[in-house]
Each structure stands twice: as structure tokens, then as C-alpha cells.
Design a protein around this ligand. Structure first.
Ligand code: TGC
Ligand code: FAD
Length: 385
């Protein structure tokens, strides 16, 4: 386990147990099969229940609702280990935990919490989160999906695009404007008349993750399916803060897998009668990778400490998501070079991580949107519009 600055010393026993148990599970149950699923572009659905059994869904949700009752650093470490396996599986888990369980816990009624959270925690239910639309990605405030109050129920119309888990999800937390133009969270259940979730095909990235649309054609939404305790765009943006935080940790896992693969390969592969790890140019690459991973680990841990105290700001989360994903993508590219021709082979995980990270750098706010979030914080002048 790459830990050059002994960050392990700063973790509690509970945090280390969460990380090590996830690490062992990913090594045993995920790494041997994930390449095959990515090659055939299929989500390994048999893992959903195992993720539930391992406590990887809602680790920070209170135990009374079936969650793990752990702190945010444990959650981050779990995301790191899952993404060491594959960013697509981390997507499945972070959508479930941060974008489905979190809003139901934070904005839902007691009945909604009791009805959905325990089943989401065990993996009996899989959820998805619908914010992005065909015409509104970086600017969700332009959303067209809307609710009309029909007295006993709402009518939901519109469409969401690029939705992780949607084709295989049992429920969707969907964001729509009501007649007063307020953004509301809606729990849409599979099987509701007028609701479909077609799969998006032909992805070169996150191939072991199921991605689709959400289409609402006069879907009757019972009033008890509206999240009652928060409305406005701030509600989905709070969910994004939680997921972006998990990604800041998760990207470190992908980077470590690439770095360790390249380091080991460089010691085994001989050219010009010596291991390629003995050439200065390879050592420069490996040294810089280790330095960047260490900086990212320290950034994530400090962010985690702030989050545990309830002090992490959205802008701090943006900085960590942006930095750590770019770090991981650069390391994947350098690691691929160290492996030469073998770098493009599915015998090694590097190319899969690299292609996955091309999505991670775009979703949950693009690399440039996070730059603008930071710029607005520094100057007080939003440059989005
Ligand atoms: P703006 O006017 O700044 O804010 C609107 C309202 O929201 C409040 N707010 C926040 N509240 C909580 N947390 C935050 N981080 C918040 N940021 C803003 C704000 O105070 C305001 O409240 P109120 O009461 O005054 O209305 O919003 P804006 O429209 O100018 O947009 C700002 C911007 C561009 C930063 C935002 O729209 C943004 O982040 N865009 C990126 C969209 C995005 O990240 N989409 C992700 C979709 S989900 C996904 O990708 C899942 S990937 C699967 C996986 O995770 O694996
Ligand atoms: P656009 O917003 O059209 O952006 C295109 C380019 O323009 C980007 O480079 C962007 O940075 C740039 N740009 C946009 N606005 C500005 C500006 N003001 N200034 C400068 N540059 C700008 N969404 C969900 O709701 N739920 C999910 O589960 C989900 N899962 C996803 C899974 C995958 C595999 C992918 C690829 C996406 C997923 N998304 C999901 C959607 C994701 O959040 C969006 O793709 C992302 O927010 C960007 O939106 P967009 O693709 O419409 O790009």
C-alpha cells in the first residue's frame, strides 16, 4: 500500500479497518473479474449485493437506517479502495451513498428514510440521481424537467441524460422545477407508468458501469414521493459536495493502482541489459508519481478532517476533486508509457483506469467548472456567465 508519508499513523483503528476490509474485498472479488466486464461493456451486477454485505453503501449514514455510522474519513478511504478496483464501481457506490441515500436521509421524511434507506444499504435497491439534462449539464439551473400540481399527485415531464446506474436502478432521485420554479427532489420508482430508463451505449469510458437516460412522460408522482425538507438548487448541489468529496479520495485509488503496476513492471522488464526502472527517465516518472500521490493523500485527509468537523467548504471540495482527478489521469498516462506496448493491454489495469478517468474529470462538475468555482471564491466574481 503506497503511503510514503506514513499517513496511516493519522488514521483511527476504525478508519483502518474500513479501508483494509474494502482493500481485501476489492483484491479478491473485483480485480480478477473487472477487466472482463469492462471489455464486454457490462456492469458486474452480481457485486451489488456484495457491496451491500461489505457495508460499502451508505457507510456514513446512521446505523438506525441501515448505514455504517462511520465518519467521513472512513467513507473517503472506502471510495479510495473501491476506485483502486475501478472508477465505474466507485461511481455505482458513490451515487448510491452520496446522491441517493444522502438526500433521502438529509431532505426526506421519516417515512421515506425508513422505506428506502435500509434496502439501499443492503443493495436490495439500487438508486440513481438525475440532475443533468440533454440541454443542461454544467448549468443545471436551466433544467426543463418540471412538475405540475394535479391536486392529489404531481405530473412529471422531462428527460435526464448521462445517469449512472439508471438502466438497472430501482429508484431515481430526480430534480425538477415546480410551477413556482423551485427545484424539488422527487423519488421516482421503477415501474411507474410513463417512466423509462434506456441505456447509453458505445462508451469508451466507465465500461463496467451502467449509464443511461431517464425519460418522464406524464409520470404520476404521489405527493409522498417529494423530498419535503429542502428545495432549491442548493439541495442537489449539497449532494454533489458529498459525491465530489468521495471522488477526491477515489481518484487516489486509481492513481495508486497505476503507479504500483508501473513500478513493479519497471523492475521486471529488461531492455539494454538492465531493468527499465534503472533508467533515469523512468525514475523521474516514478518519483513524480509518488510525489503527486502523496500530496493528493494529504489534501484528501485534511479535507476529511475538516468534513468530520462540519467545516469543509464547497470550494475546498472543488479544489480537491479537481486536483486529485487530474493527478490520477496524469499518472495513468505516464504509467501507460512505462509499460510500453503492454500499457495498452487489458492484462494490466492502466488503460482501463485512464479511460475511466476521462469521465471522472468531466462528471460531478467538469475540470474547468471547478476552476471557475475556485476563481469565484478568490475574486468574489462568478465567471460562469
Ligand atoms: P448558484 O447561483 O451559485 O447557486 C444556486 C443555489 O445553490 C446554492 N449553492 C450551494 N448549496 C450547497 N452546496 C453547494 N455546493 C452550493 N453551491 C451553490 C447557492 O447558495 C444558491 O442558493 P439560493 O438559496 O440562493 O438559491 O448556482 P449557479 O446556477 O450559478 O451554478 C453554479 C455552478 C456552475 C457551480 C453549479 O451549477 C455547478 O456545480 N455545475 C456543475 C454541475 C454538476 O456538477 N453536475 C453533476 C451532475 S451529477 C454527476 O455528475 C454524477 S456522476 C456519477 C458519480 O458520481 O460517479
Ligand atoms: P457541458 O456542460 O456541455 O460542457 C461542455 C464543455 O464546456 C466542458 O468542457 C465545460 O467545462 C465547458 N463549459 C461549460 N460551461 C462553461 C463555462 N461557463 N465556462 C467555461 N467553460 C464551460 N449526471 C447526473 O445528473 N447524474 C449522473 O449519475 C451522472 N453520471 C454520469 C456518468 C458519466 C459516465 C458521464 C460522462 C456523465 C455523468 N453525468 C451525470 C453528467 C455529468 O455531470 C455532465 O456530463 C457534466 O456535468 C458536464 O455536463 P455536459 O456533459 O452537458 O457538458
Amino acid at each position: 500500500m503506497t503511503d510514503f508519508y506514513n499517513i496511516d499513523d493519522l488514521l483511527s483503528d476504525e478508519q483502518k479497518i474500513a479501508r483494509d476490509a474494502t482493500n481485501a474485498f476489492i483484491t479478491k472479488d473485483v480485480q480478477p473479474i473487472i477487466e472482463e466486464f469492462a471489455q464486454k461493456s457490462e456492469a458486474p451486477q452480481h457485486l451489488i449485493q456484495k457491496f451491500g454485505e461489505m457495508g460499502l453503501f451508505g457507510p456514513a449514514i446512521p446505523t438506525e437506517y441501515g448505514g455504517g455510522g462511520m465518519d467521513d474519513i472512513s467513507y473517503g478511504l472506502i471510495m479510495q479502495e473501491v476506485e483502486r478496483g475501478d472508477s465505474g464501481l466507485r461511481s455505482m457506490a458513490s451515487v448510491q451513498s452520496s446522491l441517493v441515500m444522502y438526500p433521502i436521509y438529509a431532505f426526506g421524511s421519516e417515512e421515506q428514510r425508513k422505506k428506502y434507506l435500509p434496502k439501499l444499504a443492503t443493495g436490495e435497491f439500487l438508486g440513481c440521481f438525475g440532475l443533468t439534462e440533454p440541454n443542461h449539464g454544467s448549468n443545471p439551473s436551466g433544467m426543463e424537467t418540471h412538475l405540475i400540481d394535479k391536486g392529489e399527485y404531481y405530473l412529471l415531464n422531462g428527460a435526464k441524460m448521462w445517469i449512472t446506474n439508471s438502466p438497472i436502478a430501482d429508484i431515481a432521485v430526480v430534480w425538477a422545477r415546480d410551477e413556482n420554479k423551485r427545484v424539488k427532489g422527487v423519488i421516482v420508482e421503477k415501474g411507474m407508468a410513463g417512466f423509462t430508463a434506456p441505456e447509453i451505449h458505445n462508451k469508451w469510458s466507465l465500461r463496467a458501469s451502467s449509464t443511461g437516460e431517464l425519460v418522464f412522460d406524464n409520470v404520476k408522482i404521489p405527493k409522498e414521493n417529494i423530498l419535503p425538507n429542502k428545495d432549491g438548487l442548493g439541495a442537489p448541489l449539497m449532494c454533489l459536495d458529498s459525491a465530489r468529496y468521495g471522488i477526491a479520495w477515489g481518484a487516489i485509488g486509481a492513481a495508486i493502482d497505476c503507479y504500483e503496476t508501473a513500478r513493479d513492471y519497471s523492475l521486471e522488464r529488461t531492455q539494454f541489459d538492465k531493468p527499465i526502472g534503472g533508467f533515469q527517465l523512468t525514475q523521474k516518472k516514478l518519483s513524480e508519481m509518488l510525489t503527486e500521490i502523496t500530496k493528493a493523500q494529504l489534501l484528501a485527509l485534511r479535507l476529511g478532517q475538516l468534513k468530520v468537523k462540519g467545516q469543509a467548504t464547497s470550494t475546498q471540495i472543488s479544489m480537491a476533486k479537481r486536483n486529485n482527478v487530474e493527478m490520477a489521469l496524469k499518472i495513468a498516462r505516464e504509467a501507460r508509457q512505462i509499460l510500453g506496448g503492454m500499457g495498452i493491454s487489458g492484462e494490466y489495469p492502466i488503460m482501463r483506469h485512464m479511460m475511466n478517468l476521462e469521465s471522472v474529470i468531466t462528471y460531478e462538475g467538469t475540470h474547468d467548472i471547478h476552476l471557475l468555482i475556485l476563481g469565484a471564491d478568490i475574486t468574489g466574481i462568478p465567471a460562469f456567465k
